[in-house]
Design a protein around this ligand. Structure first.
Ligand code: CA
Length: 227
């Protein structure tokens, strides 16, 4: 998963990014003003956006309004310093998905962020299931047929994304965009390496394959052969 933090208090933004990567294993990009934030937000590579309201150049409320005007549906969690109920209602009415008042509890922010991402992908439960493969989005673990699958953090990120998008074809480019932040040098052959390792850990020795490659299109995680 890939999260965008739009927050002008640089220290808070850095701490948030660190905590999200450490606790949830997501890639995070930070921007310190509304203009860059809006530009990045519309790129379509983020699974959720954390948006502060009081921002330089373009205020958070306008970033949200302009983003929603483009038809973008990325879940947005608002950080607000205001206790004012009226402004919170206005924000939710203009397309925010959730909000937290500063100062907030980091654990609560992480829980809300994870719930937003999950629901944004159409997953009602934190337990993602494909056949006898189960991934727990909260504990960041997976098991097939009751046996735990041991994975490196990047293998887990890859599997988590495929599980969230289960049944859909996911291209290598999409995986790169959602697994890495902008500072990484991205090489599409690393995706092939992760997939081949995941396939060995999850599919080999099983009568039914769950990870399928569609030549020239990408990968799909599903029970039964893809069409
Ligand atoms: Ca601010």
């Amino acid at each position: 998963m890939h999260v965008l933090v739009i927050e002008d208090e640089e220290r808070l933004a850095q701490n948030l990014a660190k905590a999200i990567t450490k606790n949830a294993g997501f890639a995070v990009d930070i921007t310190l003003n509304g203009e860059d934030g809006l530009h990045l937000a519309t790129s379509g590579v983020f699974d959720a956006i954390i948006l502060d309201l009081m921002l330089p150049i373009i205020p958070g409320q306008e970033v949200l309004a302009r983003l929603r005007k483009t038809g973008d549906k990325t879940p947005v969690l608002i950080l607000t310093a205001k206790e004012d109920k009226a402004s919170v209602i206005a924000l939710l009415d203009s397309g925010a998905d959730d909000y937290l008042a500063k100062p907030f509890d980091l654990g609560e922010l992480l829980a809300r962020l994870k719930a937003l991402i999950r629901r944004g992908k159409g997953q009602a439960s934190p337990q993602l299931v494909v056949g006898d493969l189960v991934l727990d989005f909260n504990t960041r673990s997976a098991a097939r047929g009751g046996y735990r699958v041991e994975m490196s953090p990047m293998e887990y990120r890859t599997l988590e994304y495929l599980m969230m998008r289960q049944g859909s074809v996911v291209s290598k480019e999409e995986l790169l965009e959602h697994l890495y932040d902008y500072n990484w040098e991205k090489f599409s052959n690393v995706i092939e390496v992760y997939i081949s390792t995941l396939r060995r850990k999850i599919d080999s020795g099983n009568a039914e394959r769950l990870i399928h490659t569609l030549r020239g299109r990408g990968y799909v995680l599903r029970k039964g052969e893809p069409q």
